[in-house]
Every structure is written in C-alpha cells, then in structure tokens.
Design a protein around this ligand. Structure first.
Ligand SMILES: Cc1cc2nc3c(=O)[nH]c(=O)nc-3n(C[C@H](O)[C@H](O)[C@H](O)COP(=O)(O)OP(=O)(O)OC[C@H]3O[C@@H](n4cnc5c(N)ncnc54)[C@H](O)[C@@H]3O)c2cc1C
Length: 496
C-alpha cells in the first residue's frame, strides 16, 4: 500500500498528480475516459494559477500556447461602462491567459509525463471502502478486469458527477438549478466588436452575455438562455441564434461566423461543506461547481490541488503531523463559497429588468469603474490574487494567510523544486540559519532577507506563537506557515 490514488485526469487531477510526483510521492492517476477532453471548455488561466504553475515548473509552455488578455470591459449595449485592467496587478502574470481546456490538459499531461507518471485511461473507480490504515478501492479496466487496491489516501478529482463524492454519501449543498447557457466558438468581425484581446461582459436584462478571446483570432461567446427541463433538452444553437443574441444583448455592430463549436450546457451550482472525510479528499468540480460567468471554476479546482498536494506530501514524507491536512477543507471551502457569490453578483447586476434600475446601475458602474481603486479591486478579484486564508487554522495575526507578493520573493518563487518545505524570511541571518538547521525537514536550508520592512514590522507580534508551532511540527502539532517577512528580532515562515 504505497501509491496515493487520484481519480479523474481533468485539469484538477492532472495538477494534483503532477504536484505529488514533483515532491517524490508515489501516485496513480486513473480516468474512465479513453482520452482527454477535445473541446475548449474552460478558457482562462488567471494570474494566481499561473503563479502557482511557476512553482510547478510548467508555466512556459502555457504562456507559449496562450493569448494574453490585458483587461476586461463591462458594457451595456454599445456603451462601455468601465475597463478593469490586469496590467496594474502585482503579479508577473498581469494578464488573463486565454487557452482552451483541451490544451491545458494536453500540457499538464506532458508535464506529468516528464515527472514519470502516465495517466491510466479507461480505468473506472467503481467503489471504495475504509480499511485499516487506508482505503480499499475497486477499479474496473477496459477489458473488464477488476482490480482492488489499497491506498493510503484517495483523492476524488472526478468532476461534477463524482463517484468519490457519491461514495461518501455527500450531496452538493445550496444546490441550485442553473440556467441553460449557449456556448459558441466563432469568429467575430465588425467595428462594434470588443477588442480581440479583451474579456467583454455585456449586462442585459435577459441575462449576461460574455465574450472571451481565444488564440487564433477566434472568440468564445456564452450567454444565459433561460431554463428547460431535462426531459426536453434544447437542440444545438445555430449561428443565427448567436447573431440574434449579439444584436439584442451586445447592441449589434458585429457578426459571428465560422463556428467550430455550438452547444448548450447547464451547470447546476453547488458545493460540499467538507472537502475532507478521513482519508478521502475532494477537489475541483467534485467539490464545487460554479456558474461559468466568472471563468473561475477550473482555476479554483487547480488551486485546490496545489493547496492539498504540498500538505499531503509533507505528511506522507513524515515532515509534518497529519493534522496539517485539517487546514485543506476550511481554506479551500471558503474560496469555493466566495466564487458563486462573485458570479452571482454579476448575474444579478446583469439581469435588472426595470429600465430605471438599469439606468441607475449603469450610472453607478460608470462612476465606480472610473475609480482606480475599484478597477484595481475588480482586477485583483478576477485574477484571484486576492485569494487569502485569513480564517484558516494555520493563520494568526494581521495580514496572515495573505498571498505572498512576488516583489517580496527575494529570489526564485517560494515552493519551486522537489522538496515540500517552507521558506524562512529572516532579517537576522544568524538566527534564521540556526532555525533552519533545527528544522531541516521543514524549512529550506537558506533563509532569505525580508524585502518588505512594512510586512516585517507587522510580523513581529506574531512570531512567537508561530515559532512555538513550528517547534510543534516535529512533536505533535502542525506548522504555522505565516506569509510574511521577518524583522530584525524574529524570523517568519513563508507559506508554500
Ligand atoms: C461546456 C462547458 C464549458 C465550460 N466553460 C468554462 C469556462 O469558461 N470557465 C471555467 O472556469 N470553467 C468552465 N467549465 C467548467 C470546467 O470545464 C470545469 O470546472 C473543469 O473541467 C473541472 O475540472 P475537474 O478536473 O475538476 O473535472 P473534469 O474536467 O470534469 O474531470 C473529471 C474527470 O474524471 C473522470 N471520471 C469521472 N468519474 C470517474 C470514475 N468513476 N473513475 C475514473 N474516472 C472518472 C472523467 O472522465 C473526467 O476526465 C465549462 C464546462 C463545460 C461542460
């Protein structure tokens, strides 16, 4: 019983397996489908995901394959109400990277292969049960062969209809029947079209209409089109339907042509409360599904995987107490709660039907989106650099749980390489080195000087409890990865 079992080789399972493999943890990744997705599905990789890919060691191939969108627009008919720009966000990736999901999966699969792990295709998880010190999982192969394996940890990255979630007897809570969405991958031409590298959201009382740029001078159009019952699914949309939506919701002035994918889909939003049940974890769509309006479902799932992988690697390698794993669900479940709220606000704003309310909304948005602070906040929210874990059991003190600003890295991004260890920032190099020597399995051997003295001064108050808990890792407790620099007196530990 050695390999961790990851079920589902979508973007989330591929990220999970790759991160575990990077840390030298043995993993099996199985998927019931004969091949990876062939459609574009999720199109955006946001800044935070790209930053995490830096640690994974695979950003370059994504940057080469994708299209950089420097900003977004909020529109009403032909009018631009505001332009949140990504260029001003504090990230090396100050843009949204547009890349079809089939390419994301292809590149993640290649990255995983470079780490020595192959996806086992046409292998279906049919059931599982708790066993002493692990999970007994039942797999069925394409030729009908049944296999029973023991795994110390089972991770369900098996999508919206997750076998793992069903096996745990969990239902999505707060589940709501979503609208039907029209999806069209087309060419858009005409003077009224939004810029070809901009994510454009049109607010309309019938529902949101969003244009995402796609590499190759193409665009993805999505729009809500009301609800039908599952017994009477809509026929696939036509190019005429897409044009009618453009004319009605986007004020016309441009034409759709050359469709490569026309479909309807529905995402019934929902989320489980707990992402961990003993030795079983859920991540990605298996744990939460969102409206596609914000383009954040896949990013959130991939970030779940990164969050869980380093913790699990530290535990499996004996570098941290298993209670470290208790932080996964509260941290990521809070993020999962936030995403539908953001997408829901957009939909509520879009669908105001009263003309007076629409006029007031447009006026307010024009004013608000004229303010740098509001535009920047919106860009930070969309790019997910705002994701933070202030309420995590691992967080204490002011600013704790916040993302570590790349400008304060003072070297390579924390978390690169094959060891799941924390990075220590310490102005007092001698004390820092003494600490790293004391906890070699937990801390990178060489501490870094803090570059941000403001953060360093905030850190002073909380170092003592943080330090006490670092000591605890080798004894009984989990580590406290405080994401801030240290000052002259006290070193701090950077979150991975
Ligand atoms: C039409 C469409 C458009 C979308 N557009 C967007 C968008 O614009 N932006 C966005 O962020 N998101 C979008 N999404 C959602 C996005 O595709 C998902 O959030 C993303 O795929 C989730 O990744 P995942 O790895 O969690 O799950 P999935 O990609 O669903 O992967 C799950 C995998 O598990 C496998 N599996 C399932 N059960 C088993 C089992 N028992 N045994 C073995 N394998 C199993 C499946 O074969 C599958 O490969 C869209 C989805 C659809 C359908």
């Amino acid at each position: 019983m050695t390999d961790i079992l990851v079920v589902g080789a979508g973007p989330v399972g591929l990220t999970m397996a790759a991160e575990l493999a990077r840390y030298g943890v043995r993993v099996r990744l199985v998927d019931r489908a004969p091949h990876a997705t062939e459609t574009s599905k999720a199109l955006v990789l946001w800044s935070r995901t790209l930053e995490l890919m830096d640690r994974m060691g695979c950003t370059r191939s994504f940057l080469d394959a994708g299209l950089r969108a420097p900003g977004a627009s909020i529109r009403s008919g032909g009018k631009v109400l505001g332009n949140p720009r990504f260029e001003d966000i504090a990230s090396a990736y100050n843009f949204a990277l547009m890349i079809p999901q089939r390419d994301t999966e292809r590149l993640l699969t290649a990255h995983l292969r470079s780490l020595g792990v192959m996806v086992e295709r046409q292998v279906d998880l049919t059931g599982f049960m708790e066993a002493p010190d692990g999970i007994e999982a039942h797999l069925r192969h394409a030729d009908g062969r049944e296999e029973t394996i023991r795994t110390p940890w089972l991770i369900g990255c098996d999508g919206a209809h997750s076998t793992v979630r069903h096996g745990l007897g969990l239902a999505f809570e707060g589940s709501a029947q979503g609208d039907d969405w029209l999806l069209a991958d087309v060419r858009l031409d005409g003077s009224g079209a939004s810029p070809p590298d901009e994510i454009a959201t049109y607010l309309h009382r019938d529902g949101p209409f969003v244009i995402f740029p796609i590499p190759g001078r193409r665009a993805r159009v999505i729009a809500t089109v009301g609800r039908t019952d599952a017994m009477h699914p809509r026929p696939d949309p036509t190019l005429g339907d897409v044009q009618a939506l453009i004319d009605r919701r986007a004020g016309g002035g441009f034409r759709a042509s050359d469709p490569v994918w026309l479909t309807h889909f529905r995402i019934n939003e929902g989320k489980v409360t707990e992402y961990r049940h003993g030795r079983v974890f859920l991540a990605g769509d298996a744990a939460h599904i969102h409206s596609p309006a914000g383009g954040q479902g896949m990013n959130t799932g991939m970030q779940d995987a990164v969050n869980l992988a380093w913790k699990l690697a530290m535990v499996v390698r004996g570098q941290a107490h298993p209670s470290l794993l208790d932080s996964y669900s509260p941290e990521r479940s809070a993020v999962g709660d936030m995403m539908p709220r953001n997408a829901g606000r957009l939909t509520d704003m879009a669908t105001l039907s009263n003309p007076a309310a629409q006029a007031a909304r447009n006026l307010a948005l024009r004013f608000l989106l004229g303010l740098d602070a509001v535009r920047n906040r919106m860009a930070a929210q969309m790019s997910e650099i705002e994701v933070a874990y202030a309420d995590s059991p691992l967080s204490r003190g002011p600013n704790s749980g916040a993302r570590w600003d790349p400008e304060a890295y003072a070297g390579a991004p924390p978390g690169v390489g094959g060891e799941p260890r924390f990075l220590l920032y310490a102005a007092d190099a001698a004390r820092g080195t003494a600490l790293t020597k004391r906890f070699p399995g937990l801390l990178e051997p060489i501490p870094r000087p803090p570059t941000d003295m403001r953060a360093a001064s905030q850190c002073a108050d909380r170092m003592l409890p943080g330090y006490a808990q670092v000591r605890g890792v080798q004894g009984t407790a989990a580590s406290r990865p405080a994401p801030a620099a240290g000052n002259g007196r006290s070193p701090c530990v950077g979150r991975r």
